[in-house]
Write a protein that binds this ligand. Sequence first.
Ligand code: NAG
Ligand code: NAG
Ligand code: NAG
Ligand code: NAG
Ligand code: NAG
Length: 821
Amino acid sequence: MQKAAVFLFYNLLIRFLLHSQASLTDCTPRKTVNFQDANLKTFAEQGISNYSTLLLSEEHNLLFVGARDAIFALNIDNVSDSISQAMWAVPERKQNECMYKGKSREKDCRNYIRILHRLTETRLYVCGTNAFQPTCDYMVINNSKIELENKTEESKGQCPFDPTQRYASVMVDGEFYSATANNFLGSEPILLRSLQNSLRSEYKTSWLNEPNFVHLDVVRESEDAPDGDDDKIYFFFSETAVEFEFYNKLVVSRIARVCKGDRGGQRTLQRKWTSFLKASLMCSSPDLNFPFNIIQDVFILRAPNWRDSIFYAVFTPQWGKQDISAVCAFSMAKIHEVFKEGKYKSSVTVEQSRLKWVMYSGTVPSPRPGACINSDIRKNGFKTSLDLPDRTLQFVKDHPLMDDIVTPINNQPKLIKEATKYTQIVVDRVVAINRKEYDVIFLGTDSGYLHKALSLKTEMFIIEQVQMFISAEPVQNLQLSSRRGQLYVGSPSQVLQVPVAVCTRYLGCWDCVLARDPYCAWDKTTSQCVEISNKNTEVLNLIQNIENGDPSACPSYENFKTEIQMIVPGNNLVLDCSSISNLANMQWLLNKRVVPATNSRYIYFSDGLLIFNVSVADEGQYDCQSVETVAGKPFAQVIARYLLHSVHGPRIDQQSIPTRALPGAKSAVSIMPTSPGNTVRIGNLPMTQSYIQTEFTLKGFLVLFVMMFILLLAWNLYKGHVPMLLRPSRNGNTPRVPPTLLNNSVQQMEEKPPSPKAPELQDTLSNVDIPLTCITSECSVEKNSNNNSILEENTNSSCARPLFVLDELDYIDADQTESKA
Ligand SMILES: *[C@@H]1O[C@H](CO)[C@@H](O)[C@H](O)[C@H]1NC(C)=O
Ligand SMILES: *[C@@H]1O[C@H](CO)[C@@H](O)[C@H](O)[C@H]1NC(C)=O
Ligand SMILES: *[C@@H]1O[C@H](CO)[C@@H](O)[C@H](O)[C@H]1NC(C)=O
Ligand SMILES: *[C@@H]1O[C@H](CO)[C@@H](O)[C@H](O)[C@H]1NC(C)=O
Ligand SMILES: *[C@@H]1O[C@H](CO)[C@@H](O)[C@H](O)[C@H]1NC(C)=O
């Protein structure tokens, strides 16, 4: 009962947190690039799967790929070009042994290559699961050709047994650090250093408690250390918390570290880490230690001075909605401080047997437990960890957990993204035209999307999402070659190469600048969106505005599609116009005045405008305008224009005079024939957006409802309960429109015959031409000669979807509460 109450309390807190933050930072990607348009280079070999291990080798111009039973060397500039390969399958005998232990032959008893590290310029270290008998080998590179040396040795603790288990490893100066399971069952976790100076972790739940290893990396802290400090290896993982009391197993994320120069203890902690310390990593607001408690991946953005480095990490929650992710950034300086000066946690026994972890407030032995051997410690006669006194070693053995928590920069997540589960993260630091550096974050999802986000001081802006696979599959590995501007993706089915930017995808100056893509700028001389790295320092002719995405420096006139259409009275007319941005609102102008969406003669849909029963009075210039709000300022731009002319006398075929379209604009925009009896076409909708799906669902229901209504009506008419409502239209030429629309237009015909100057239209017009609301103070009314009238629609461009419901959380946890109660 009490537990249920505690849970409810947390639940409410989570709710509050997510409500307040989701609206703050949940961002819709500005652009969606479909699989067909992404046009990526791929690699997959017949019969080989699970391309999950990647190693970039800029020195050889190769990308090494570890797959199931095989290793490949691919051309780093074109992964479709496979240079050489080495097969490493499991012998029949080993496979049988594996099967006898109850594992599946096809799934488990194969050799999943899990580790690929550079040892020397011509030699790699390679490990595979090898049918639940992890094995490592060396591989030589000779003229881009790879060959295994066949010096295999069993490698417990270096590589996982189970291919589905998470692990992490890094090679530092010829020493191999691994974090994985040390036994067949996967129940004994280990942090191991091997190849030279072997050391391992203590097998104690206070050290590691059912961990899930995520990342391992070195920070060269000795490079600028006035106190003669050592380099450190950082481990990232999630584990079951020992320090919290909760009715359920509570997972926490940790950062742990050891010193590179650690040699273990003399008696205590012999051949074990004497410098193992860990701290909690928090990715949420200060009010709460979760919900984003499970770390998924980490990327260290290295700065020239290691203190300025930033650890970017993605997190997901343990409970509730599983498809929500957060990105947090942690400063190296903060992490360093926690380990160097933080307090320790200590366990005390309460109520006979229960252990409670509290802050340790007694005296801490000297030298400081867990500290690397620095000049001070050396001065006191402790040359290596082997010289450390037992008191220090016993203390660190019993108190590996710091009381201080590593909190994110700004004490909150940089981004919370719903309906998305991020699996991988890499970060690129890009110098923009204003000479400032911006962090561009690439995030891989569990459904095969790549999100590209711009990290600003307080917010993140998702520039685009790229659909990388035909069918959904998880991004298992993501590597960045900053120099080449390429990303490499490992997945169950293939390897992909994705450029960091495709500037030519932006249509026109406005699109190019509104995108806020630090890699791209608008070149005024060539009238193209160009990659700035390809440009010399000649930036005078380039337009870019990362901070605000303000396109006002763009030429006021942009080329857009113009079409002339003839009016055939009595028909319904569709004017096509697809949005170029997910953040834009479409707006139609008739002779430069806004066509109100509230007028029932017009229907705004995602791909254009529908006009019912056009008449001579509908003549005029129709402009499709895209209105996008950046940094609180709305910007409007005409992207298509239609000129409607009436013809007198018999029906005349409409003509189209396509003028110069936007560079790269899809030419698929077709003209709706205005012949009698046309039907309404609803354009193909980007299915990735759940709100559009919702819209679809709603429309579906509406159609169903109306159809039922019509059936009922028909039945009643047939039965003679109701007098005829619909009179047949002129020439018996009833427009074939969906029932919903029919209903709408009928109503219109009966009640408000459209007049050239419908009073309703006029009324709304006078209101719409000027901004309606402005929440941001800097938002101002601007008018541009080229009808760039600015109006306010949504207040926050990047975070346009405040909707958030956590019903699933209630549901799942209510169940759990019950079963536990
Ligand atoms: C990449 O390599 C593949 C296979 O060798 C080749 O067909 C393709 O043309 C190459 N692409 C480029 C851009 O060089
Ligand atoms: C590299 O391969 C060539 C043959 O292709 C061989 O002659 C040479 O000895 C090899 N080099 C090394 C270092 O193995
Ligand atoms: C190792 O074995 C593989 C396959 O049996 C063979 O292709 C390769 O040449 C061998 N490597 C050496 C260095 O003998
Ligand atoms: C290997 O790939 C297949 C699909 O190709 C996938 O179903 C399976 O889960 C993958 N196994 C591992 C261990 O990644
Ligand atoms: C279309 O509008 C005209 C007026 O412009 C009206 O007379 C006519 O009845 C309408 N047609 C239909 C089918 O509603």
